[in-house]
Design a protein around this ligand. Structure first.
Ligand code: ZN
Length: 461
């Protein structure tokens, strides 16, 4: 029995949502308040190490500003913080430490803080990932800025009203993982086995593939905060699109989205301090290219404007209420990692010895070092969270979650609208559902970026 002990509490928390808001209004006459802030986390020292690809890269300058965007909510009884950071992924240890500091400064309990990464692939390396090392100076700098964003949002708390909406945007998000025709399986995994039945980026209208390996979650979800006289304060959006691709270093799509939305809804940042936030949904197997069609345009600005336009239309229909109650629950789940067997460990040790002190190059060298890490650290503890804001639900998972998993969570949620935020409170890699593991491909190969046991996904759900 490795079931987490708090699952019952979790389910009870979500069930509480069935209670109408009127009840909480009676028992909680306090005024609902919200505060939002963003703090610049653009690196100040160059060159800086950038992760996000198989091999390490460095950047000499910033293409655009990176931010830590924080939202603090208070219903008079419960106080919570939700933070979205322009970063590829962030370790549990770094985030636990940032939460502890922020808790001391604000009084918000650490277990009432959700901190997630947007998964921009163009940001400084705040944690080691595949062939990239951590940038030590940036990893020292970042947590203090995250703490600052929470402190500032807390200081800006004012009476507020909240509303939410979900709309479909199936034009800007598609499954990126496609299944090879059985007679065209020519790709080997990093361990030399010709077993890749599904893999990301098949190419447009590939004759070698039969189709996507799963659905994309095309929900575009918005949680909006306004002052009680209707001034926009913040929007927390959620969309399950992996990343767009930008010059180094950059906040990429998630970083740009909030600025574009502010422009479209007339929420001028400087005057009102509006904070537009795009959080990462369950996008482990989804991205913007539509491989079922011929190649289209590749324009990050037009793409962001397209998504923001659809968000702005949904935003205008949001109905606000002031009687908002909050609930948040946190649980931990211990899982095994798929550590190498004796033969694979020996292969990895031999290859790592050949590489020596230089950085690993290519899939096999990178995955050889990953086997050593899995062998050294064969278990993981995941922090899972569920939040209720009025009757909107938020789940937080420290992995790169497949879209089908996000859709399952939404369908099982007792709430009408639920958003899932991935790479929250840590980073334990891809969690393909068990049936997807059997198809192989990049998102299944055992590494710190996809290393959890075979039944991790159903246990997390
Ligand atoms: Zn990624």
């Amino acid at each position: 029995m490795r079931r987490c002990t708090k699952i019952l509490a979790f389910v009870l928390l979500l069930s509480m949502t069935a209670y109408p808001e009127a009840q909480s209004q009676e028992s909680n006459p306090a005024v609902f308040r919200a505060g939002a802030a963003m703090v610049d986390i653009t690196p100040t020292v160059f060159p800086v190490i950038v992760n996000g690809m198989v091999e390490e890269r460095t950047a000499e300058k910033a293409h655009d500003a990176l931010m830590s965007r924080a939202l603090v909510l208070d219903d008079g009884v419960e106080k919570i913080a939700i933070v979205v950071v322009d970063s590829l992924m962030l370790t549990r240890a770094m985030l636990d430490d940032a939460k502890k500091q922020a808790s001391q400064l604000t009084g918000i309990p650490s277990h009432h803080m959700l901190i997630s990464a947007t998964h921009t692939h163009s940001a400084p390396s705040a944690m080691p990932c595949l062939g990239s090392r951590v940038d030590p100076e940036y990893a020292d700098f970042l947590p203090g800025q995250i703490v600052r964003s929470i402190v500032q949002a807390n200081e800006k708390l004012v009476p507020a009203q909240a509303g939410w909406a979900v709309t479909t945007d199936d034009q800007h998000n598609h499954c990126r993982r496609w299944i090879f025709r059985s007679d065209r399986m020519t790709m080997a995994d990093p361990f030399g086995q010709l077993n890749v039945r599904a893999h990301m980026h098949p190419g447009y209208q590939s004759p070698n593939h039969i189709g996507p390996s799963g659905p994309a979650d095309t929900d575009l979800t918005l949680l909006s905060m306004q002052t009680t006289n209707g001034q926009p304060m913040a929007v927390l959006a959620n969309y399950a699109m992996h990343y767009y691709g930008s010059p180094l270093v950059s906040g990429d799509f998630c970083g740009r989205f909030g600025l574009k939305l502010a422009e479209l809804i007339g929420a001028n940042n400087q005057q009102t301090g509006f904070v537009g936030i795009m959080s990462q949904g369950t996008s482990g197997d989804s991205m913007w290219p539509d491989y079922s069609k011929p190649a289209g345009q590749n324009n990050p600005e037009a793409y962001t404007a397209g998504v923001a336009q659809i968000a702005a239309e949904a935003y205008r229909k949001i109905i606000y209420r002031k009687d908002i109650s909050l609930a948040m629950e946190e649980a931990t789940l211990k899982l095994d990692r798929r550590a190498p067997d004796e033969a694979r460990l020996k292969w990895a040790q031999d290859l790592a010895a050949q590489v020596g002190d230089r950085l690993p190059r290519g899939w096999s060298e990178v995955y050889a070092f990953e086997q050593l890490r899995l062998h050294e650290d064969p278990t993981a503890e995941l922090k899972l969270q569920a939040i209720r804001i009025g009757d909107l639900g938020i789940t937080a998972i420290p992995d790169e979650v497949f879209s089908i998993t996000g859709i399952k969570l939404k369908n099982r949620s007792p709430l009408k609208v639920t958003m899932n935020i991935e790479l929250a409170n840590g980073a334990e890699g891809y969690i393909p559902p068990p049936e997807q593991l059997k198809l192989g491909g990049y998102t299944t190969w055992a590494a710190r970026t996809a290393g959890l046991e075979e039944t991790a996904e159903p246990q997390i759900v």
